[in-house]
Design a protein around this ligand. Structure first.
Ligand code: AMP
Length: 280
């Protein structure tokens, strides 16, 4: 096969797109790739003629006190990983190319961005939706691939595509985990060895919720209580939130009714870890 091509400008990406006949599968990322990202690329490659991956650490989705500056970056490593799964095009724009002087149009999605990550990170989903809409217009995919790891992001992007009649399908890929259950994330590299060991508790708590639900527990508060008690056994863990909502408008449930999204954010030091499971 022809080897992977890296593209830095919008004009060049659009031109490459025009030359492609078959459907394009697109995977937007912020780089510092891991097996989770590669799973999305493999799906994109399997279900489309061409796989395009973008690597762009999007400044407008980070809050002023968040980790934009120190977000991990390693482009040579990312390119080698993408080549290994037969990616066709990698789009790596500069921020000034995506947000030129005078840029002033924003995609704002309603209710589904108000809770959970939207509440914890004001402006985050506006930044995500704006950049994803731009990338969709530049890349012109038939299908775009997102990870269930960021469950609310999946809901937000699906809503945007539906409400704005964007001509593509959103495909959600299951969360890829480490051997001890920790969801793979570029941010896991921030963890000290001891924090990393204790971080396995996120998935243990989510598995506990699943177990309780299967045993017939339907009181959300009792499930949250037991998850809290389990997480608090890890001395370095600080719970930011544990939430049980429906899977469409993400409203908190008092009585659990499937499908329900159990999501949580736990901090270890300054590192924020996010994970979820769906109770079916
Ligand atoms: P990011 O680079 O963190 O913006 O992630 C890019 C895409 O990869 C998003 O759609 C994420 O939801 C997805 N992703 C991140 N981690 C995982 C994982 N562990 N399993 C599956 N998808 C993931």
């Amino acid at each position: 096969m022809v080897s992977m091509k890296a593209i830095e400008t919008i004009a060049e990406m659009k031109q490459a797109r025009r030359a492609l006949a078959g459907p394009v599968g697109f995977v937007p990322t912020m780089g510092y790739l891991h097996e989770g990202h590669l799973e999305l690329v493999k799906r994109a490659k399997k279900e489309n003629t061409t796989a395009v991956v973008s690597i762009f650490v999007n400044p407008i989705q980070f809050g002023p006190k968040e980790d934009f500056q120190k977000y991990p970056r390693d482009i040579p490593r990312d390119l080698a990983m993408l080549e290994s799964v037969n990616t066709d095009f990698v789009f790596l724009p500069q921020a000034a190319e995506i947000y030129p002087p005078g840029f002033d149009t924003w995609v704002e999605i309603g209710k589904v961005t108000e809770r959970l990550e939207g509440a914890a990170r004001p402006g985050h989903f506006r930044g995500v939706a704006t950049v994803v809409a731009k990338l969709f217009n530049i890349v012109g995919p038939a299908r775009a691939y997102f990870g269930q790891k960021d469950a609310q992001q999946c809901v937000v992007i699906k809503k945007m595509v539906k409400d704005l009649n964007m001509p593509l399908e959103v495909v959600i890929v299951p969360t890829v985990r480490e051997a001890d259950g920790l969801a793979m994330s570029s941010r896991n590299v921030y963890l000290t060895p001891e924090e990393r060991r204790q971080a396995a508790v996120l998935y243990q708590a989510l598995t506990l919720a699943q177990g309780l639900y299967v045993q017939g527990e339907r009181e959300a508060s009792r499930i949250r209580q037991q998850m809290t008690a389990l997480i608090q056994k890890q001395p370095l863990a600080r719970i930011e939130y544990i939430s049980i909502t429906d899977t469409e408008i993400l409203e908190e449930l008092a009585i659990v009714k499937a499908p329900a999204l159990v999501s949580l954010v736990v901090r270890f030091g300054t590192t924020r870890l996010l994970d979820n499971v769906v109770l079916e």
